[in-house]
Structures are given as C-alpha cells and as structure tokens.
Design a protein around this ligand. Structure first.
Ligand SMILES: [Zn+2]
Length: 346
C-alpha cells in the first residue's frame, strides 16, 4: 500500500507502507518534524542560537533523546528539553533578542560572553552551574566505569589481547577533563562521530551516532578486551543517557537559582537600572516613530481622539531624523513652537 503524506507541502511524497500504517505514519510525521527543524537556517549561526542547530548536528539521535524525555513523564524535564533543543531557553542572549533592554552578556560569570544555551549549560564558570555540571559528568563516568559483577557466562567470552587502546575525551564532558578508553578495533568513522559531537548535545544526553560501536567493547581488569552483548550495550547506553538528561536540567536549575539570588544583591542595581533605561529609550523611540509615521500617513484629522494624540502641525519632512537624539531634539523644538488653538469639538 502506498500513502501520500504531507500533501500540499514541501514534504509531500509517496510512502510505502508495510504492516501497520498508523505506526508508519507516526514515524513519517516525526521525520517531517525533524526535517522542518533542520531547515531552520539563520545567518547568526556562529553564536549557535539557531533553532535548528541541534537537529542538523544530531539528526535522528535527537528523536531518540526526545523519546527518553517522553518516557520520564516529568513536566519540568519536558519543558526544559523543548526549549533547549530549539535554543530558546530564557537565557540572556534570547532575552536580548526579545528586545527587553538587555545586551545578552552572562550576568553570573561577568566574563563578557554571550549567555547562549551552550554557555549556560556547558561553559559558564560560575560555581553554581559548574558544580552541578561536574556532578552530572561524574555520574555519567561512574556508569561507564562501573565494575561488572562476576559472571561465569560473561567471563567465558572470548578475550582479545589488543593492547590498552587509547583515551579520548568523553563526549558528554564539556571541560574535556574526563576520558574514555576506546578499543583499537573501533572504526574510525565512529571515533570521528564521537570527537565531532557538539558539547551541548553530548551533555544533554543526545548520544553520538555509532556510539554502540564504541561501547560494545569492554576493557577488563585483566587488560583484555571483550565484546558486550547487544542487549548489554543498549542497556549501558540507556543508563548513560538516562543520567545525562537529568544533568542538563539540574545545571539549568542551579543557574536560575544563582541568578535569582544575584538579582537581590547590590551588584545587580546598576544592571537593573541599565536594563530599565534601555527599555524606556527603546519604547520612547518606538512611540516617536509611530507618531511620525501616523502623521505622515493620515495628515490633519478632524476626529477628536486623533487630535489629542497626534501633533496637528508636525511636519515629518522637516522633523524626521535618523537618531534618537535628533528625534528628541526635533520633538522638543516642535513642542516649544507656538501652537494654534484647538478646534471646536462638535
Ligand atoms: Zn557565564
């Protein structure tokens, strides 16, 4: 059977269905949503605040991450994941884009760096998020290095003497201080995927592609390599991911609590005044531009309400300027000029 999905959109195509068509439609709808998010381009890609960055970098691994979030059935975790994968956590860089009189710089570490989602979760050196980040990374490493309980069946597997392998940075450690041991027989493509995995995605619990090729090898205390079974490998990956998805939320909660305490200190007074001042300047400039635009479009009006809120004698050809200071000076000059008496109201 063949169905046509997404008819009338850019995703329209014929879909061969084998087995349950509802399950096939559900999978196709997920892929359509993923491709739509991947297509979200933005020229500001260098700051990594685009909504499609994680979708383009991780691909279907993002859907597996969302499945894990869904199974947790926790409202706070779902909301955090929804906002962070779209790079829309209410950090300073996002608030600055919403034009609330902010410059986007991190208020906690005061390093001058833009506080994007990656900075808040992976990079901010403030003690509160840094401590939560270190705990999450340590929990992930503890799962990977957990000693295996003695098992005669597992110990009887074929042990290979392939040498100690090599140590590469753990994909979920943004600081790069923790390393995992990799078997020499791991394909180079899997190693490249591990090294090129975005730090934010790794810390959130979005697993690199081909991670099973790495974790399928177990380095024993006897210096020999053994292959895990498929179920053991999947179980290990699920355990690491299950720990990391909570780590991201804990770091964000620590950041928000620290910022909430910071706003009550004296150090926040100047920043608060600056935010209020810039917001009022923008609101004033916006109102002035609207006033000039209305006067240019409508001209003198006889309606009583319009006469109260619009300058009847304001000549936009004379007073339109390009800077806020010039607009303010123009408005002052206009107000100081003699005004004609108001017309009678009928
Ligand atoms: Zn910071």
């Amino acid at each position: 059977m063949t169905l046509t999905v997404g008819s009338g959109t850019q995703f329209a195509r014929h879909l061969p269905v084998v087995g349950s068509y509802r399950a096939q439609l559900w999978r196709e709808a997920r892929m359509i949503s993923l491709r739509r998010l991947q297509a979200d381009e933005c020229p500001d890609d260098e700051r990594r605040v685009t909504q499609g960055f994680l979708a383009r970098s991780c691909g279907p691994a993002l859907l597996a991450y969302l499945d894990t979030i869904h199974r947790a059935r926790t409202a706070s975790l779902t909301r955090f994941a929804t906002e962070v994968i779209a790079q829309w956590l209410p950090c300073e860089a996002v608030l600055a884009m919403r034009s609330q009189g902010r410059d986007g710089a991190c208020l906690l570490c005061r390093s001058g760096a833009q506080e994007s989602a990656e900075h808040a979760i992976c990079q901010c050196p403030h003690p509160a998020p840094a401590r939560a980040r270190a705990l999450a990374v340590a929990a992930g490493m503890a799962i990977l290095e957990r000693p295996r309980s003695p098992n005669t069946e597992l110990d009887s597997r074929q042990a290979l003497d392939l040498g100690p392998g090599m140590l590469i940075p753990a994909w979920f450690d943004p600081s790069g201080t923790h390393a995992i041991r990799v078997c020499p027989q791991v394909p180079q493509a899997a190693l490249a995927a591990l090294r090129g995995h975005p730090p934010l995605a790794g810390f959130l619990g979005i697993l690199p592609s081909d991670l099973d090729e790495v974790l399928v090898w177990e380095y024993g205390t006897d210096g020999l390599w053994r292959r895990r079974t498929l179920s053991d490998t999947q179980e290990l990956m699920a355990a690491v991911q299950g720990e990391l998805v909570w780590g991201g939320l804990r770091v964000w909660s620590a950041r928000c609590n620290a910022l909430r305490r910071w706003w009550r200190t004296d150090a926040a007074k100047d920043v608060r005044m600056g935010v209020v001042e810039r917001a009022s300047q923008r609101a004033y400039a916006r109102a002035l531009r609207q006033m000039v635009r209305r006067a240019a479009q409508t001209g003198p009006s006889t309606h009583e309400h319009n006469l109260r809120v619009k300058p009847r004698q304001f000549d936009p050809g004379t007073f339109i300027s390009t800077t806020l200071a010039e607009e303010a000076a123009a408005e002052t000059a206009f107000r100081m000029s003699p005004q004609p008496p108001p017309p009678p109201c009928y």
